[in-house]
Structures are given as structure tokens and as C-alpha cells.
Design a protein around this ligand. Sequence first.
Ligand SMILES: Nc1ncnc2c1ncn2[C@@H]1O[C@H](COP(=O)(O)OP(=O)(O)O)[C@@H](O)[C@H]1O
Ligand SMILES: [Mg+2]
Length: 321
Amino acid sequence: MLTVERVNKVYKVGTFGTDELHAVRDVSFDVQRGEVVSLIGESGSGKSTLGRMVLKLISTTDGAIRFEGTDVGGLKRGALREYYRQAQGVFQDPFSSYNPIFKIDRTYETLRSSYFPKVSDADWRAKLHDAIKAVSLEPADVLGKFPHQLSGGQLQRLLIARALLLDIDLLVADEIISMLDASTRIDVLNLLGELKGRGLGILFITHDLSLGNYVSDRVVILYRGRVVESGVTQSVFGDPLHPYTRNLLASVPQLDKRWDEVEAVEAAREAELRGRCIYHEREATPGDAPAGMVEAFPGHYVGCFAMDTDDPCPAAKEAVA
Ligand SMILES: Nc1ncnc2c1ncn2[C@@H]1O[C@H](COP(=O)(O)OP(=O)(O)O)[C@@H](O)[C@H]1O
Ligand SMILES: [Mg+2]
């Protein structure tokens, strides 16, 4: 459904816009219907930049983003509006997505006037109430309220309801859980599971590994704008191959293990890894891995262990010598 093909984003930065910041490098992945794909990486790794490019809120510098085969970057006016009927985003801070002086109803009226101008009042009301109930809220409790009268969890759900009104196929959810307290978190996660059951494809963006593990079918691990590892969630979390993924997983406190035990295991793994880079050992293997990666296990891809291409891993150096 959604394919991201060798996408790059370079921001112009500095006082005169003369410096460049390469925020996303050669990133490829896809999202199918009825599937949750998590984009995981630490702050600044380019996650939101990718989410915004998928929704055409910003342009790509290079590469292609396709939805059902059509290049999203080339969409204009009517075609772009049609795209937004199928693809919507929900972002981190629910409060910033609402105008504080408008009641909740008003947010939905705007949507109605641009997408459903011909729908009757009664039909619209029924449709709106269905969408709000679908996110486990009572229309009477939320419509007619101002944003500050609702909780972050309620606002977040109302944003998802807004997306549902359009009967979307793709939802980009960028750090939507971070602002919520523990009890609402699980509700919103379970809601995503329900949406997936209805056939939605979800790009779930998070810096939190455990959230990625909880919700997703596949994960894409980003490091400094590059994909270092991707694949089926169980495979990537159960058998992480890239040193960065291993470090990420090791830095999540494991409550059932003592800290020094974890460190010992990690040290052993690193020793085993030293001098071997799966990417460069197997680069010649043909297959349909995304550019710059190899398929290490079925559906589990890994990139070079040296993130900086100017300083390749020992295996790559050997291969060149
Ligand atoms: N509009 C922008 N102009 C310049 N640099 C930006 C802009 N947006 C993001 N960046 C930079 O791009 C990098 C990736 O940012 P972002 O995509 O927000 O990462 P993440 O969502 O993973 O935290 C960061 O170094 C960030 O400072
Ligand atoms: Mg972000």
C-alpha cells in the first residue's frame, strides 16, 4: 500500500540556509493493509521527518514515496485531497492540534465542509457519533467541550476519530502515546490494534522500544537517519543483529535480570561480533532486500555495522583489500 523507496531529506540550516543537515538517508520500507509497522529510533534520528514526508507535509530531497503505486510527491490539489481522505496523521502533542478557542464540534465542522459538503445534518451526526464511539468515547461527553476541558487521552482519541471519519487506509501515528499517562496508554494501543483489525495500515513512530514491540508486526530501526535493521518484530527483537539494535535492547532495563549479568551477556555478544559484519559478509547474496541491506533471516534485514560509510567495518575493509 505505502512504499518508501530510497528516500532522503536534507534540511537547509544556519542563518543564511547555507548549511545542510542530512536528516534521512536512503530509507526504504513499506506498510501493507492490516499491518502495524513501527519506526523506532532515538530523538533526532529522522522519524518525524519521515512521517511528515509520507503525509506530504514536507517534500523529499530524493527518492520516492508511493501510495498504491502513485508518487505522493507529485500530488496536487484534488488528487492530494483524495490522498488525505485515505492517509492521515496523528501527532505527539494532542493539545497543539486543536484551536483552544473552538469547541470540539468546530474541528469536525471544518472536516465536514471540505470532505462531506453534501451530507445531510442527520447523516453527518450519525457518522460523527459512530466515529467517536469507535474510539470508546461518548459523543455527549466530548462534543460541545473546549480542548482544555478534556484530557490528553480523550483529545488523542478524538484525533483518531477524525481520521476514521475519512475512512482512511493509512494512519501515521507519531509518538502519540508519549504524552499519555499509563492507563490511557494501553487503551490507545488497544485501539490501534482494533483499527488494524479493520484493515488499516499503521505507521507507528516511537522512540520507545517496548511500545514498538507491543504493537507492531514489523519494525524499522533508524539510526542517524539510516535504517540499520528491519523486519518481523519477533525476529528483530528476539535476534537483533546490528550493534545499534543490540545496544538499544540492552539499554532497556530488564527487571528479571541483574545489571551485571546483562553487561556480561552484552560483552560476550560484542566479542562474537567483532570483525564480522553480516552486511558485508553477505552483500553478494541476491534477494529483494531494501537498498543497502541484506536479508539475514527470512524477512529480517540488516545494514553495515559501520554506520559511517567513510569508515567501513573490518569485513568491508577486507573485501576491498
Ligand atoms: N524543519 C527543520 N529544519 C531543520 N532541521 C530539522 C527540521 N526538522 C527536523 N530537523 C532536524 O532533523 C533531524 C531529525 O529530526 P526529526 O525527524 O524530528 O527526528 P525524530 O522525530 O526522530 O526525533 C534532527 O537533527 C532535527 O534537528
Ligand atoms: Mg519526532
